[in-house]
Design a protein around this ligand. Structure first.
Ligand code: BGC
Length: 721
């Protein structure tokens, strides 16, 4: 048990560098099995006799550290000689980097390690080596590291001198086994070109925005440096640009030793497509560089192919934004001074995420952090783990607590997901009711004059007054709509678990009734969308017609933000306006999904006009080019355009509903989903003889075509003409 070991910390300060904890291990016989169990306050990697243990990057991962700190177990049988040097390097990680400075109770903890080595001998004895005062420590050549600011490695530094360590009184009750997917190196990209910009900068273009780092080789003299800066896009003149990283320095700096050498960072990550070479000894040869994508070991499960190449590119970009932002926690973005588990972004993207990749384990681990961070009043912080400076609980953000367990349950069919989260879901719903000024709504005093108010509203919507960040839809409308939605989900979840939900059913009825009485005049696109999607309008036909009209009159363009956009396509296509939904999907002018594609996006942008028509940028304050929220449209392509949907009564694809939404606006769509029950394919194609369907599924199918249930199984069919 790792808990028998002591937390140890260096006796000498290591400032912003990483520390190397060193232990000599003698093996006294033939080894049957050997294991290393380890975690740290920070991030670590372990080497035995110069060989890396495992391939986990940035272990122990990111959790609500004050309650949950994962440890990892590695099989090291076969790595040991008779005499061994174990070196575990501990950097600052999420725990001690600038990003968690607003949580001093986490951020001011010391650099520390806890580990246990178990040696099972063939002769039957077992020996354990625990971290204790006998371990030693030395400075690492990683002289600076920080999640936002990057890493500096001094290969010329003499680091041999060993110092003592001391035992530290740090909590062991927080230690838990590894729960999430491991984080590891995935795809590798070679530079597509070396650009000399108009300003004369040397910039490598890797062709794809990724999260990870760069590995390079260099032939140099000791003391010479390689320095790299990261950027997502080039500016209108083709120069390097990264003002939108805000305070995150995101630098890679390497101080050379003599000779040929290769290096990559180990204690941090970067979001980038372009790398500016600020220093490099000798001529830059692009062949000496490669970019390595690093993210959670999630397995691909969804495929979309349409007859429109630009929509296909949008899908590719969404996959990449997910990879780039699924580095142990679902983040908003991987590059600027945030990279946090923003709950709202995850809430709107969860459905798409579950189609694209098998994210059961990933989300279940993060949901445990949501529960850990939930306050006693049931509120959920806006970022989980909670590293953010403002401790609030916004509507549509905190609803991650209900929306995500429900989505994960629908996709993977495991009741345990609901069981584990049910109390927390209920507490969130109760919180909204208790926090409200008015019964059966979630209302709060008007603090719209405040910069940091309770809710984020329809974040980044285009109907925001004065070009601001918050759309026009009132906070109380959004909060009350989500109160209804989350209560409805809670009722469904409770029923799936066989509980008596009559009290919450009654509550839901009252919320809906009060909502309709209170918000009887709908104005914005988002108001119409939420009213339709959450069952908050008596006159669906009129509401849908009005929404469609608003979009038509706006030139087939949306005005919605983070809250409205993810639900907009459903509001339209489920209420008779699939043609309007497709016009939005296929729109190429600003604002639209394909506008970004036309402007060279390789990931999904945070802001509809991240790059404006004239090539200039939206404000540096909030302009990430790698935010998956709007990629949530792919969820609609899977479940509606292509038509593969889980059946709530037979979750986990015990049964599948196939109900494609056909249009004459494109030739055809094929979606494939590798469900836990096997591959499901739905393909439709417009032909001169009608629409041809090809359906494959290893489970019973409810096939709905043109709104009619067809008594048909898997196969090929043609209807219409
Ligand atoms: C983040 C978001 C987040 C938002 C809250 C931003 O800074 O990047 O994606 O949801 O703040 O409004």
């Amino acid at each position: 048990m790792i808990k028998e070991s002591a937390w140890i910390t260096p006796c000498t300060g290591i400032d912003d560098g990483a520390a190397e904890f060193v232990k000599h291990i003698s093996v006294k016989g033939d080894i049957k099995k050997a294991a290393l169990v380890v975690t740290a306050i920070g991030v670590y990697d372990a080497y035995i006799n110069g060989r890396r243990v495992g391939d986990f990057i940035l272990a122990p991962g990111c959790t609500a550290y004050n309650k949950r700190l994962q440890y990892q177990a590695y099989d090291i049988t076969g790595m040991l000689d008779n005499e061994n040097e174990l070196v575990i390097t501990v950097g600052k990680g999420w725990h001690r980097s600038r990003m968690s400075e607003n949580r001093p109770e986490i951020n001011t903890k010391p650099c520390a390690l806890i580990a246990q080595i178990t040696l099972e001998y063939k002769h039957g004895k077992t020996e354990t080596v625990c971290t204790d005062k006998a371990w030693k420590c030395r400075r690492s050549r990683i002289v600076f590291n920080d999640i936002w600011d990057g890493e500096t490695y001094d290969a010329s530094l003499k680091t041999g001198e060993l110092f003592d360590v001391k035992e530290a009184e740090l909590d062991k009750s927080v230690l838990i086994e590894q729960e999430g997917e491991k984080v590891c190196e995935r795809e590798v990209f070679l530079p597509q070109k070396l650009i000399i910009t108009p300003k004369g900068e040397k910039v490598l273009d890797f062709g794809q925005e990724i999260t990870g780092y760069v590995e390079f080789s260099v032939n140099a003299k000791a003391g010479e440096t390689v320095e790299l800066s990261c950027g997502e896009v080039l500016d209108a003149d083709g120069n390097f640009y990264n003002d939108n990283y805000r305070s995150a320095k995101s630098k890679m700096k390497y101080i050379c030793a003599d000779g040929k050498q290769t290096w990559k960072p180990r204690m941090t990550f970067y979001g980038f497509r372009y790398i500016r070479i600020d220093a490099y000894p000798g001529d830059v040869d692009a062949d000496n560089f490669r970019a390595i994508a690093v993210y959670s070991d999630i397995e691909r499960s969804g495929y979309i192919k349409t007859s429109n190449e630009k929509v296909n590119k949008l899908f590719e970009n969404t996959l990449w934004s997910q990879r780039d932002n699924f580095l142990d926690i679902p983040t908003d973005c991987p590059q600027r001074d945030e990279r946090m588990g923003w709950t709202g972004d995850a809430q709107v993207f969860a459905k798409t995420a579950c189609y694209n990749f098998n994210t059961k384990r990933f989300f279940e681990k993060w949901l445990a952090d949501l529960r850990a961070e939930q306050r006693t009043d049931g509120s959920i912080p806006d970022t989980v783990p909670n590293f953010w400076k403002i401790m609030r609980s916004s509507a549509a953000w905190g609803d991650a607590m209900t929306v995500i367990p429900w989505q994960v349950y629908l996709m993977y069919g495991d009741k345990k997901t609901l069981e584990d989260n049910f109390d927390a879901m209920k507490a969130w719903v109760d919180f909204m009711g208790a926090d409200s000024l008015d019964k059966y709504l979630w209302t709060c005093p008007d603090d719209s004059d405040k910069m940091w108010r309770k809710h984020y509203g329809d974040w980044l919507a285009l109907d925001a007054p004065n070009d601001g960040w918050r759309g026009k839809t009132p906070d109380n409308f959004i909060a009350s709509a989500f109160y209804a939605y989350s209560t409805d989900i809670l009722v469904r979840a409770g029923k799936a678990l066989g509980r008596d939900m009559s009290e919450y059913e009654k509550l839901h009825g009252n919320i809906v009734k009060t909502f309709k009485n209170t918000f009887n005049e709908l104005t914005t696109q988002t108001e119409h969308t939420l009213a339709l999607c959450f069952g908050l309008t008596d006159d669906r036909e009129k509401t849908a017609a009005k929404l469609a009209k608003m979009i038509r009159e706006n030139g087939n363009k949306l005005k919605t933000g983070f809250v409205g956009t993810p639900y907009l396509m459903y509001a339209l296509s489920e209420n008779g306006y699939a043609d309007v939904a497709y016009d939005l999907l296929l729109q190429e002018e600003y604002p639209s999904w394909l506008y970004e594609v036309n402007h060279g996006a390789t990931t999904v942008w945070e802001h509809w006009d991240g790059i404006k028509e004239d090539g200039t940028f939206w404000s540096t304050e909030m302009n990430s080019f790698n935010h998956y929220a709007y990629g949530s449209v792919c969820g609609w392509i899977y479940s509606h355009a292509g038509g593969i949907r889980p059946d709530e009564n037979a979750p986990g694809f015990e049964r599948v509903i196939i109900a494609p939404v056909i249009t004459g606006k494109i030739d055809g769509i094929e979606v494939k989903y590798r469900s836990v029950k096997g591959d499901i394919v739905s393909k439709w194609q417009n032909t001169p003889n009608g629409v041809r369907y090809e359906i494959t599924a290893p489970v019973p199918i409810t096939l709905i075509i043109d709104g009619k249930v067809r008594e048909l199984g898997a196969g090929s069919y043609t209807f219409g003409g």
